[in-house]
Design a protein around this ligand. Structure first.
Ligand SMILES: O=C(CO)[C@@H](O)[C@H](O)[C@H](O)[C@H](O)COP(=O)(O)O
Ligand SMILES: O=C[C@H](O)COP(=O)(O)O
Length: 951
């Protein structure tokens, strides 16, 4: 038996004789399950348990204790790291609560509690704390649970509220007498509020966790600093070293005794309330010069709790000195406090600092904890998640790490999820963020989509033709290209052009009698889908008569002109979008899901994959392991710090159309105010010498495709020091994950660039210019006259005065040479072709872009109008002034009328090209338009030779 035993009991067991309840400041599943915790309760008289983020970080961050439950959860559900942590923590807390229940019963609810802390991220958020405290209380649902709320300024009203709600509360991070007084007030007034409302105040337990050792840590540090600096009060300072924390705690106890004598308390006590006890926390000795049981020995007194970490508990059991120490030497304690004042030690300032440091250190512990949980989750999910590998030069990699840490410290991904516009420009961003919740929403409405899918199948459509632009067409196009045709469903075609020949080609691919037409337009007022609708409705009417509407479905925002038209024309169905989701962020909403349903894509599986992406990018997943933040940080840091703003997307064959969607997302979101990222899609891979230092490569790779050659080529780039992000998809369906991940990444990159990633001012500008021109046409029957500044055979050259002035020359080659000679290192060349996007023209434009890239080692973009106007067009006009553009227009061999309009498709396309050019010119961009007269094929061939000769 130990020398300090009392009445034959171990020092630990003896504490109860002095009215103190020892609690254990520790939780770990293995410890609970292997009987160790039960032994402490039974043999050592431990009467309660506390947890905190740091404790859980140690428990969950190491070992395999939690793997079985993690596996079990992941088998059944798709969850975020935050949700997973909560499941684990709740299970731990419930298991401990069960072990402590006998103590709770025996002590009639005085002891036997286990504490679970609200997220430290909410420490400065009253409403969030109130909500989470209530949620955790309900989720654990054990009578002997205490919810821990920190004693911050914002925590105080939450404490009041939750006590009034009848929740057991452990107030944590309490360092000063003043704050303790505020806590007591919150507790007592919370009970009073209940009492006044006639609700019972019995059985509501509370402790105020007064932190001890950290106070000495802070004060002693200051004392040491002053002594070292030769302070004239050095001796007096040394005399109180290691004594302030205990004296401070004793002052709190004196205050508690006063309260217990107050009339306010007497009333509540008479009504059956139980006192809020002081709990000594942070009682492990940090300074090795002191006794390892100092903060237990000296703070023993009636109606108190000491929550003791395991090592201190062992030490106290071994050589603690139980005695009534708390009320001992009170005069000395007062003297110490007086000395603190006299010696000018700023205890108030230090305790304020301790609170904020305490919050930060719990946040950091929580970050680490969630990081470990996310990592474990990723490991266990394996191939169910896409995989990302960064191959960045050292300085780039370091800057990315710094950027991620900046996001971690700022809690920025949580702020993004909370729709906090200060992440970007403090502008109207918050109202464009409903895409964050759209997948969960779509899953809720799955039955509606599945019914539609069944009906489509039952009606036996053989083709599905989607009419839409940009955000309304590019996502569906990825689905069509990536997933192909599904048995029993029609082939999905996506038309996003006003080129008469292109429209005609699509018309030739369908039979209106067996086609389902999907007209997609968020605004419902976009020119292209409206005229495509007029045209194809006419086509359908001719084939189906009055029943034409039954072959049409509209996807549009509620109340749009398209919705009205759809109703008036007897469309089969109208699906609504969400007005708080912009087009390019809408693929996982009805804008992607309706065509997916019509094409027979397995919706549930697709959305579940999308949900995996959502959960992986959740606000609870720390930046370093959050795939969205990671990619966005690489983009943002690459552009801002290294000038690597050409996001060059290399993809394996089966997933290559993703680039066309990503291109719009990136360019339209970030390319504004002279800043931005320029996506370079589908530019065939070459050797390192063809690339400048402005590139960042993303290798989007379906792992089961045979892409050995591409892999090797990418490796060569990495070896040559080019930065490459490799994204491995294990299944095509994981495109769904990547959709969401790239949306987050774009929003994150936007934050790094300091722009609003949800508007598109310059796209609007060209729409206005086009409208002016088509309106003029409707009035006059022709577009405003224009004349080329030069003509060479079948090629005519147009430009604004400034560009024309810089492009002097009589021959095609001379003009083109002058134009391409304006290309500098770090620039990119954009070929903007307003012609039919068919195999020949795609081959032509690819051939030319590669020739330019190889001759000038610059990035190239090959785009078709008017499609790109709703996509990269934003960045070309609003982004960095590093683009050199060659617009290509041509005579239409055969125009196509737009039913009900004076203008034709050809006129619209011409107006769009001119509107586009006018805005480029107005923005001072280096641009030239070449118009091919007569035969297109011949004209393209002439142009190709001239370009090659000019570069
Ligand atoms: O607040 C409670 C109990 O209510 C404790 O769990 C408290 O968080 C811990 O005692 C401290 O965080 C431990 O502090 P320290 O030993 O790291 O200074
Ligand atoms: O990216 C969006 C396009 O500009 C089309 O807009 P919309 O869906 O309102 O027709």
């Amino acid at each position: 038996m130990n020398a300090s035993s009392v009445n034959g009991k171990s020092p630990l067991r003896a504490l109860e004789q002095f009215g103190q309840s020892p609690w254990l400041d520790f939780v770990r599943r293995g410890y609970t399950r292997d009987g160790s915790m039960a032994a402490l309760i039974e043999q050592d008289g431990v009467k309660g348990v506390t947890s905190n983020p740091a404790i859980f970080q140690k428990a969950m961050g190491e070992g395999t204790d939690y793997d079985a439950q993690i596996r079990d959860v992941l088998d059944k559900e798709i969850v975020s790291a935050g949700e997973l942590y909560e499941r684990l923590a709740i299970e731990d807390i419930r298991e401990v609560a069960k072990l402590l229940k006998p103590v709770f019963d025996q002590t009639k609810g005085i002891d036997g509690y286990v504490s679970l802390e609200v997220s430290p991220y909410l420490a400065l958020d009253t409403a969030g704390t109130v909500e989470e405290a209530g949620r955790l209380w309900t989720a654990v649902s054990e009578p002997n649970l205490m919810i821990k709320i920190p004693a911050t300024k914002e925590g105080i009203p939450a404490i009041h509220q939750k006590i009034a709600d009848g929740v057991n509360i452990n107030v944590t991070l309490l360092f000063s007498l003043d704050m303790y007084k505020a806590v007591v007030e919150a507790w007592i007034s919370g009970l009073e509020a209940r009492h006044e409302e006639g609700r019972s105040v019995a059985g509501i337990a509370s402790v105020a966790s007064f932190f001890v050792s950290r106070v000495d840590g802070k004060v002693d540090g200051e004392i040491d600093r002053r002594v070292k600096a030769g302070d004239r009060d050095a001796e007096a300072l040394k005399a109180i070293r290691g004594k302030v924390a205990i004296a401070n705690a004793k002052m709190a106890y004196l205050y508690w005794q006063e309260i217990m004598k107050s009339d306010r308390w007497a009333k509540l006590k008479a009504a059956g309330a139980q006192p809020q006890r002081l709990l000594w926390a942070s009682t492990g000795t940090k300074d090795k010069a002191y006794s390892d049981v100092l903060y237990v020995d000296e703070l023993i007194g009636p109606e108190t709790v000491n929550t003791i970490p395991p090592a201190t508990l062992d030490a106290f059991r071994d050589h603690g000195t139980p005695r009534d120490s708390l009320e001992e030497n009170v005069a000395d304690a007062k003297h110490v406090m007086a000395e603190v004042k006299r010696l000018g030690l700023d205890l108030d300032g230090m305790t304020i600092k301790l609170v904020s440091e305490g919050v930060v250190s719990f946040e950091e512990a929580f970050d680490a904890l969630l990081g470990s949980v996310a990592k474990k989750q990723n490991d266990l999910l394996g191939n169910k998640l896409t995989e990302t590998k960064l191959s960045l030069p050292k300085d780039f990699d370091d800057a990315v790490k710094a950027g991620l840490d900046e996001w971690r410290k700022g809690g920025t991904i949580r702020r993004l999820w909370a729709k906090d516009a200060s992440v970007w420009t403090n502008g109207p961003e918050a109202k464009w963020l409903n895409w964050l919740g759209i997948v969960a929403d779509a899953l809720k409405h799955l039955p509606e989509l599945e019914t539609f899918q069944k009906e489509v199948k039952a009606r036996g459509f053989r083709q599905v033709l989607l009419l839409g632009m940009g955000g309304s067409s590019l996502g569906p196009e990825v689905l069509a290209m990536t997933f192909g045709k599904h048995e029993g469903y029609g082939h999905l075609y996506v038309l996003d052009s006003t080129d008469p020949q292109q429209v005609r080609t699509f018309e030739g691919r369908i039979d209106p009698r067996e086609t389902l037409f999907i007209v997609s337009s968020k605004s419902g007022s976009t020119l292209e889908p409206n005229i495509m609708l007029s045209y194809f409705f006419d086509v359908a009417k001719k084939a189906l008569g009055e029943k034409a509407g039954e072959h049409f479905v509209a996807v549009t925002d509620p109340g749009s002109a398209l919705e009205k038209k759809a109703v008036a024309d007897g469309f089969w169905k109208v699906f609504n979008g969400d007005k708080q989701i912009g087009g390019r962020y809408s693929v996982l909403s009805n804008f992607g899901m309706v065509p997916a349903a019509a094409a027979g894509v397995p919706l549930k599986l697709f959305l579940e994959d999308a949900l995996r992406g959502v959960k992986a990018c959740d606000g609870s997943v720390p930046p370093a392991v959050n795939p969205g933040v990671l990619l966005g940080t690489v983009f943002g840091v690459g552009a801002e710090k290294f000038g690597r703003d050409k996001i060059t997307i290399i993809a394996t064959k089966q997933v290559m159309d993703f680039g066309a969607w990503a291109e719009q997302l990136i360019a339209e979101s970030t390319g504004k105010l002279g800043k931005g990222l320029i996506p370079i899609d589908d530019e065939t891979l070459a050797g390192p010498t063809h690339y400048g230092k402005d590139r960042l490569f993303v290798y989007f790779r379906l792992s089961n495709e045979h892409s050995h050659e591409q892999d090797e080529a990418v490796k060569t780039l990495i070896d040559a020091g080019q930065p490459v992000v490799t994204i491995n998809l294990h299944d095509r369906r994981q495109i769904a994950q990547e959709f969401f991940r790239w949306e987050i990444a774009t929003a994150v990159a936007g934050a790094f660039l300091g722009i609003n990633p949800f508007d598109q001012p310059d796209v609007e500008a060209s729409k206005i210019e086009t409208k002016k021109l088509t309106a003029a046409y409707n009035e006059t029957g022709s577009l405003p006259a224009e004349s080329p500044f030069a003509t060479d055979g079948d090629l005519e050259f147009f430009a604004d005065r400034k560009n024309a002035g810089a492009l002097k020359g009589d021959t095609t080659q001379a003009i083109l040479k002058a134009h391409f000679d304006r290309v500098k290192t770090g620039d990119y060349v954009g070929l903007l072709a307003y012609i039919e996007r068919d195999r020949n023209s795609i081959e032509w434009i690819q051939h030319i872009r590669l020739a330019i890239r190889d001759a000038r080692a610059v990035a190239t973009a090959a785009e078709f109008g008017p499609r790109f106007l709703h996509s990269t067009g934003q960045a070309y006009k609003g982004g960095p002034d590093s683009g050199v553009f060659l617009q290509i227009t041509a005579d239409d061999a055969q125009d196509l009328p737009v039913p009900g309009e004076r203008y034709s498709f050809g006129v619209v396309k011409a107006a769009q090209a001119r509107g586009d050019f006018d805005v480029l010119a107005e923005r001072g961009r280096r641009a030239l338009r070449v118009h091919i007269k007569g035969d297109l094929k011949k004209g393209l061939a002439t142009l190709a030779s001239a370009i090659k000769a000019a570069i």
